[in-house]
Design a protein. Structure first.
Length: 67
C-alpha cells in the first residue's frame, strides 16, 4: 500500500495531463502541427485525446509538452 506522502510518490511522480486550446494547422500520419501562439509539431504518440468544445479544438497532452 502506498501512502499519499511516501518517499515512493516523491521520487516517482505521475505525469500530469492537461487540455490545451489549439488551432490545428496541418496533420500527417505521424504528427500534428498546432498553433497556440507558436507553431509546434506534436507527435501523435504524445496526444491522449482531441475534443471540440465551443468550436475550439483542445488536445490532451502531457503538461510539459506545450508551454
Amino acid at each position: 500500500m502506498f501512502w499519499p506522502f511516501s518517499i515512493y510518490n516523491l521520487l516517482y511522480l505521475k505525469e500530469k495531463y492537461v487540455w490545451a486550446r489549439v488551432r490545428i494547422l496541418h496533420e500527417t500520419h505521424k504528427a500534428i502541427l498546432i498553433d497556440n501562439g507558436t507553431k509546434v509539431w506534436i507527435p501523435k504518440s504524445q496526444i491522449c485525446g482531441i475534443r471540440l468544445r465551443n468550436n475550439i479544438f483542445e488536445i490532451c497532452i502531457k503538461e510539459r509538452t506545450v508551454g
